[in-house]
Write a protein that binds this ligand. Structure first.
Ligand code: CA
Length: 343
């Protein structure tokens, strides 16, 4: 079995000592042989802030390179956190898929993969697979809570939200909901029956960690409000867990607290029935009804072809709106969330 042991050992090297107190800021060096660089590595930023004894959390950003709020909030928090006034341990990876982050794209330009479909990874695989394997075997076993900050990328914009999976365990559901409420985005969206086995969030769940993700902006730019919610959210989680001083600020601009929503019904997804130029007739967060106009699909290349109306299929609020203009047949042009109805 010696061969198996060799095959599963990470090829990534680093100088982080996960048990040493204090602040360590460094890199995971992922081997990447290339023309002109036989022993070259890609250096993925990682920070460990280790205070007095307490819980351990993982904050990740930049799992998709065209989502920026988590990259900024994570790097800023790493610089700001003082181990002297921290109870427990914070592991920060603000730009997980660094090559994708450097070019502002969803997919990794090194191996063409979506990092968030690569867990639990492969020690001998491609860049994303090696990194996923490292996170799955070295980092996830050490943390009790994982917060993965996403936005909707170049193609979409989201109503500012945390997200969580529905799991068949009432206690885990209750604690995850509490985590989301204390992160305190305007919405918390619960997903049903999604095969998300390859995501970071799913990997955290498999390791028994509480896990939320988020959708805090989109359209390929830094959302002012999304970044505010991200930075406050990370602070709030640390406060809620008693790791830093203070009480979480869970107030919302529109009053009240985080609204719990769900995406359960397949009719939540509105698809483009043809290639074209999509004209949305709604904004993220807007309340809509089944049968209402979602938008028009335009066929600019043909005078004879009239714009095609596309309707919403259920009542709810717009969670995801497209931003790319041109869409292809089968693309999602809106995702609707509904009030959380529970089990
Ligand atoms: Ca994403």
């Amino acid at each position: 079995m010696a061969e198996t042991a060799t095959a599963t050992r990470s090829r990534i090297f680093h100088e982080i000592d996960f048990d040493k107190p204090g602040k360590q800021i460094g890199y995971l060096r992922v081997p990447q042989s290339r023309d002109g660089g036989a022993w070259s590595t890609i250096e993925v930023p990682i920070a460990l802030i280790n205070g007095s004894k307490g819980p351990a959390v993982l904050f990740t950003g930049g799992v998709h390179g065209d989502e920026y709020e988590g990259q900024i909030a994570g790097a800023r928090l790493a610089r700001r956190l003082d181990p002297q006034s921290l109870r427990g341990k914070v592991i920060l990876m603000p730009a997980v898929d660094l090559p994708a982050a450097l070019v502002g794209r969803r997919m990794c330009p090194i191996d063409g993969r979506d990092f968030n479909r690569c867990m639990p990874g492969d020690a001998r695989g491609s860049f994303c697979q090696m990194l996923a394997h490292f996170i799955d075997t070295v980092i996830m076993p050490r943390v009790e809570v994982s917060v993965d900050v996403h936005a909707a990328g170049n193609a979409m914009e989201a109503a500012l939200s945390t997200t969580m999976h529905w799991v068949n365990d009432a206690k885990v559901m209750e604690r995850t909901r509490a985590l989301a409420e204390n992160f305190a985005a305007p919405y918390n969206v619960v997903f049903w029956g999604v095969d998300e086995g390859g995501t970071l969030a799913s990997a955290a769940e498999r390791h028994g960690a509480l896990s939320i993700s988020s959708e805090l902006g989109g359209y390929g730019r830094v959302s002012v409000e999304g970044l505010r919610v991200a930075e406050r959210g990370l602070d709030n989680v640390l406060k809620w867990m008693g790791m830093i001083e203070g009480e979480p600020d869970t107030s919302q601009r529109e009053g009240g607290r985080t609204r719990h929503m769900e995406v359960r019904d397949q009719r939540s997804y509105v698809f483009a029935p043809s290639d074209g130029l999509f004209e949305p007739r709604y904004l993220p967060g807007q309340r809509v009804r089944a049968g209402e106009l979602a938008g028009y699909l335009h066929f600019i290349e043909e005078w004879a072809r009239l714009p095609m109306p596309i309707e919403f299929r259920i009542d709810g609020h717009v969670w995801m709106a497209p931003g790319s203009g041109r869409v292809r047949k089968g693309d999602v042009v809106a995702v609707i969330m509904q009030e959380y109805a529970g089990v």
